[in-house]
Design a protein. Structure first.
Length: 378
């Protein structure tokens, strides 16, 4: 952690493509209407950056909150999955219209993209979404993206737009993500309860110490995700080669305020991973888990492939080529990769050295359970 805000990392000159995420609590007021004056200020910031050569995509919440008001639904439209889906379908029209109108007033063209978890978890669909984003941004269009809550289920969804923004950054090849929040960053403790709590300006890695700060009650009040989801978004962005900033959206012209020296927490990119490995690192689902011993954990951290001899347990039903999680003896995720075997054959050779594999499988074995070229550390 370095005591430097690093807002220049998100400037047009250093960040050609930027993803900006806006949550419901900032965009929609307590009465369930869009805060148009505030949003107009954000759009002015976007237009200023576009004129300076930066390509920007927006990840915008707010559809459920808007739709719930129009339909008269209780609990903000979240009393049931059916209510949330109906509210999203209704509110998305008004949300898109507001963005198109305000961007149009600045001479910018808006495009709407609604995505599901499957669109970014499936490799082929991910590449299709990436191609669409790339073309829109190259044309100078401002894509406005949201999860397709009208069809998403509780089991198959992002659940928060923080992680969606980080995944969109990977798909778009963006080098920066800004999360507009109702707090101005990550603190060492809950500032509402601890007067000695201090803002962390920069974070190199989202490790256990950083996660403990969020688990300890960093006061966010940030809709569905909270600070924990923002740290997960930061991890995804960092693994994909993008910086991520959490800044306050409770000011007028928040992007301009940040650029002028406003407070925030910047999570520094780890550098450019390959496109496939960035996609793997950012996935939120897997088809199974292989648990490995301490020696295998150490080998992976040194850049080795996962060999069957280091595996102690295989769970889940997966086929060759499916994405699987790799966990240490304590059950902590350490890596993710594409399996070279289906679950049944992986279980047969787990714990055995390679010279025994042919007899166990009945065919010539492959070099590893997960090859290092298709494996990413978490």
């Amino acid at each position: 952690m370095v005591a430097n805000l690093g807002a220049d990392r998100f400037a047009p000159a250093t960040c050609p493509r930027l993803i900006v995420k806006i949550g419901s609590s900032l965009l929609v007021d307590a009465a369930g209407t869009i805060r148009r004056d505030w949003l107009a200020g954000v759009v002015s910031d976007i237009a200023e950056r576009q004129r300076a050569g930066q390509q920007i995509a927006i990840v915008s919440s707010g559809a459920i909150a808007l739709g719930a008001r129009r339909l008269g639904l209780t609990k903000g439209g979240r009393a049931s999955l059916e209510d949330a889906q109906a509210a999203a379908a209704t509110g998305q029209i008004g949300l898109s219209h507001a963005w198109a109108e305000l961007l149009g007033a600045e001479g910018l063209t808006a495009a709407q993209m609604l995505v599901t978890l499957g669109d970014l978890e499936d490799r082929r669909r991910y590449l299709n979404a990436a191609a669409t984003l790339d073309r829109l941004l190259a044309l100078g269009v401002v894509p406005v993206i949201n999860e397709n809550d009208s069809v998403a289920t509780e089991e198959i969804r992002f659940g928060d737009n923080d992680r969606l923004a980080a995944r969109i950054a990977q798909a778009a090849g963006a080098s920066g993500v800004i999360l507009l929040s109702d707090v101005d960053g990550l603190y060492t403790a809950n500032p509402a309860r601890d007067a000695s709590a201090t803002l962390i300006a920069e974070v190199d890695e989202v490790d256990d110490d950083i996660r403990a700060m969020a688990d300890g009650g960093s006061d966010s009040g940030m809709g569905s995700g909270g600070m924990v989801s923002k740290l997960e978004a930061a991890r995804i962005a960092q693994a994909g080669g993008a910086h991520l900033a959490i800044i306050s959206g409770k000011v007028e012209r928040p992007l301009a305020a940040f650029a002028a020296g406003g407070r925030g927490t910047v999570f520094l990119s780890r550098g450019g991973a390959s496109a496939r490995k960035a996609w793997l690192a950012g996935r939120l689902t897997a088809h199974g888990i292989i648990t490995i011993d301490a020696g295998a954990v150490a080998a992976l951290k040194q850049g080795s492939s996962l060999l069957a001899a280091g595996a102690t347990r295989v769970t889940g039903g997966f086929a060759r080529g499916d994405v699987i999680e790799i966990s240490d003896p304590a059950g902590t995720r350490v890596a993710r990769g594409l399996s070279e075997y289906d679950a049944a054959d992986a279980a047969r050779i787990a714990g055995h050295r390679r010279d025994a594999h042919a007899a166990l499988l009945g065919y010539a074995p492959r070099a590893a359970l997960v090859h290092r070229d298709h494996l990413v550390l978490l």
